[in-house]
Design a protein around this ligand. Structure first.
Ligand SMILES: *[C@@H]1O[C@H](CO)[C@@H](O)[C@H](O)[C@H]1NC(C)=O
Ligand SMILES: *[C@@H]1O[C@H](CO)[C@@H](O)[C@H](O)[C@H]1NC(C)=O
Ligand SMILES: *[C@@H]1O[C@H](CO)[C@@H](O)[C@H](O)[C@H]1NC(C)=O
Ligand SMILES: *[C@@H]1O[C@H](CO)[C@@H](O)[C@H](O)[C@H]1NC(C)=O
Ligand SMILES: *[C@@H]1O[C@H](CO)[C@@H](O)[C@H](O)[C@H]1NC(C)=O
Ligand SMILES: CC(=O)N[C@H]1CO[C@H](CO)[C@@H](O)[C@@H]1O
Length: 457
C-alpha cells in the first residue's frame, strides 16, 4: 500500500503544547490542526486536559465553579495537576504504542514551570515540543469567545447563561494572576509560535522540522471571520449520459439548464439580507465546470488545474462496464481500496488530496467562495471540512444539480443544500457493481448521502 506521509520523510514526532488563557480559541485551533493533519494522513490526536479534569473531579462536584481554578484552592490544584499528568501520560503512550506523529496537549499551561515540565518529558521521549500560544487583547474577540462558552464548554451545559458568563470570567482572572506569556528572550531556546489577535501578528521562534513548519503555515492562514463555502458539481455532462468517465465533455442540455439556474440557487442560499454579497468563483480547467459557472454574475472567477477531476489514466473515456470487462483486476482493486487505488497512468484519491492541499490552505484564508468542480474532488474537499474518514470519503454520494453550503463554525461545520429541480442521471457507483445509481436510495452503509445527512453534523 503506497503510504504518503510527511513524517516518513524525516521521522519526526511533534507534541504541540497549547498555551494561553481560557477563551483564546486554543481548543478550536487544536482541533483544526488535528483535522487538517488527519486529512493529510498524518496521525494526530488532541489530548484535552479539561476533559481529564472533569473525569477526575466531577464525582466530588469539586469543579462546580470558578473557585476551583483559584491558585489558593488546594484541592482544585491537585485535581488539575493530576489531569495534566494523565493527559501527558496517555499522550506518550499513544506516541509509543500507536505510532502517533503529532499529539496536541490542549491545556492552559500558563506558567514557565509547567512548560519546563512538559519540555522535559518530551525530550526524554525524543518528541519535539512545539509551543503554540494564542495571545489576545482584542476585547471584542474575547467577549465573543466568552459568549460562546455556554455552547462550547461542557462545564456549563446545565448552568444558565448568566452564571456561565460571570463564572467563566472569574476563572480567566485566576489564570491571569499566574500567566507568563512566551517571550522571545526568556524562552529563546523553545520552539514556539505566538499568535497575537488570532493571526494579525505572529512571532515564530526556532521552527526547525518540515512538519513543524507545515503546522506553522497552516495556523498562520486561519481566520475567524464568518463566511460560507458553496460546493457544486458541474451540470450533467454529455459523458454522464453515456456513462463514460474522464474526458473534457460539454454540458448536456439538462446540464446547461442547471448552469442557468445556478445564480438563482446561490441567491436563495445567500438569503434576503445578503443578496449583494460578492462571491469568488473557482472552477477546474475543464469545460464542464466553466460552462456551469458561465451565468454567474460574479466578477472574480478563477480556474485551477488542482480542481480537475481525478485522472482516470488509461480508463479515461471508458464506462465502468468497459473497465470491468477490460481491466477486471483493476476494477476489483479499486472497489477494495478506493482511496489508495491509482488508475493505470492516472490518479488515486490520495493523489487528489495531495494536489488539493494548496486549495485548502487558500480556502482557509479566503472568505465567501463558490467552488464548481468534480465528484472525486468535491468528496475530498467535503471530507476535509466534515472530518470524514478516508475509508468513507470515496464512497460519499454527492449528487449532480445540487448546491451545497458549508458554514464553518467554532466546533463544527453546518451543511445545507439546495436541490435544483432539474433531473440528472445518477453517477453514483456502488461497491461491487459497474451499474450506476443508488440501488437502495443511497442508504447503503458505505455511502454517506448528503441529501439525507441534512443540516448539522
Ligand atoms: C489586538 O487588537 C486590539 C483590538 O483591535 C488592539 O487594541 C490591540 O492593540 C491589538 N494587540 C496587538 C498586540 O496587536
Ligand atoms: C539555552 O541553551 C543554551 C545552550 O544549550 C544554554 O547555555 C542556555 O542556558 C539556555 N538558555 C535558557 C534561557 O534556558
Ligand atoms: C460525469 O461525466 C464526466 C465527464 O463529462 C466524468 O468525468 C465524470 O466522471 C462523470 N461522473 C461519473 C461519476 O460518471
Ligand atoms: C463542445 O461544444 C463545442 C461548441 O458547440 C464544440 O465545438 C466542441 O467540439 C464540443 N466538444 C466536445 C468534446 O464535444
Ligand atoms: C460586488 O461587485 C460589484 C462589481 O464588482 C460591485 O459593484 C458591488 O458594489 C460589489 N458588492 C459588494 C457588496 O461589495
Ligand atoms: C490546565 C493546566 O495545564 N494547568 C496547569 C498549568 O501550570 C500550572 C503551574 O504548573 C498548574 O498549576 C496548572 O494546573
Amino acid at each position: 500500500m503506497p503510504v504518503y506521509s510527511i513524517s516518513h520523510v524525516e521521522n519526526v514526532r511533534v507534541c504541540v503544547v497549547m498555551v494561553g488563557l481560557p477563551a483564546r480559541g486554543k481548543s478550536l485551533i487544536a482541533q483544526k490542526i488535528v483535522r487538517y493533519l488527519s486529512w493529510l494522513s498524518i496521525k494526530s490526536k488532541c489530548f484535552n486536559v479539561g476533559t481529564y479534569r472533569r473525569k477526575l473531579a466531577s464525582p466530588t462536584g469539586a469543579d462546580a465553579d470558578a473557585t476551583f481554578f483559584s491558585p489558593q484552592n488546594k484541592e482544585g490544584v491537585k485535581y488539575r495537576e493530576e489531569a495534566v499528568q494523565s493527559a501527558i501520560k496517555d499522550m506518550m503512550g499513544w506516541f509509543l504504542d500507536e505510532n502517533g506523529v503529532v499529539g496536541i496537549l490542549d491545556a492552559t499551561n500558563t506558567t514557565r514551570d509547567r512548560r519546563d515540565q512538559v519540555l522535559r518529558i518530551c525530550r526524554e521521549n525524543y518528541i519535539e515540543p512545539l509551543f503554540l500560544e494564542s495571545w489576545c487583547d482584542d476585547g471584542e474577540l474575547i467577549r465573543q469567545n466568552i459568549l460562546d462558552v455556554k455552547t462550547t464548554s461542557p462545564d456549563y451545559i446545565d448552568k444558565d447563561s448568566e452564571f456561565a458568563l460571570s463564572d467563566f470570567t472569574k476563572r480567566i482572572e485566576y489564570y491571569k494572576d499566574i500567566y507568563q506569556t512566551l517571550d522571545a528572550s526568556v524562552d529563546k531556546n523553545l520552539s514556539f509560535i505566538k499568535l497575537i489577535n488570532v493571526s494579525s501578528h505572529v512571532i515564530l521562534n526556532r521552527i526547525e522540522s518540515y512538519l513543524e513548519s507545515r503546522i506553522v503555515y497552516y495556523v498562520m492562514n486561519l481566520h475567524i471571520k464568518p463566511r460560507s463555502i458553496w460546493l457544486s458539481r458541474h451540470g450533467e455532462s454529455e459523458y454522464n449520459l453515456t456513462g463514460q468517465i474522464g474526458g473534457d465533455a460539454n454540458l448536456s442540455e439538462r446540464g446547461w439548464k442547471y448552469a442557468k439556474k445556478l445564480p438563482e440557487l446561490v441567491l436563495k442560499s445567500l438569503g434576503p439580507e445578503n443578496q449583494h454579497t460578492n462571491l469568488t468563483v473557482w472552477t477546474s480547467t475543464l469545460q464542464r465546470t466553466q460552462q456551469t459557472s458561465s451565468f454567474l454574475p460574479y466578477k472574480k472567477k478563477l480556474s485551477w488545474k488542482a480542481l480537475d477531476e481525478l485522472d482516470a489514466g488509461d480508463c479515461d473515456g471508458m464506462t465502468y462496464e468497459e473497465i470491468e470487462q477490460q481491466f477486471p483486476e483493476d476494477f476489483k482493486a479499486r472497489d477494495d481500496n478506493k482511496y489508495e487505488y491509482r488508475y493505470r497512468g492516472g490518479e488515486s484519491y490520495r493523489d487528489i488530496v495531495i494536489r488539493l492541499e494548496p486549495i485548502i490552505m487558500e480556502l482557509e484564508r479566503q472568505e465567501n467562495i463558490l467552488i464548481i468542480t468534480h465528484q472525486a474532488v468535491l468528496r475530498c474537499i467535503y471530507a476535509y471540512f466534515m472530518n470524514v474518514p478516508q475509508e468513507e470519503s470515496p464512497w460519499m454520494s454527492i449528487p449532480l444539480h445540487t448546491l451545497i453550503k458549508l458554514e464553518p463554525r467554532a466546533y463544527s461545520t453546518l451543511v445545507s443544500r439546495i436541490k435544483a429541480d432539474i433531473p440528472a442521471v445518477s453517477t453514483y457507483k456502488e461497491k461491487g457493481t459497474s451499474q450506476l445509481g443508488e440501488s437502495d436510495g443511497g442508504n447503503s452503509v458505505r455511502s454517506r448521502d448528503l441529501l439525507k445527512g441534512d443540516q448539522t453534523k
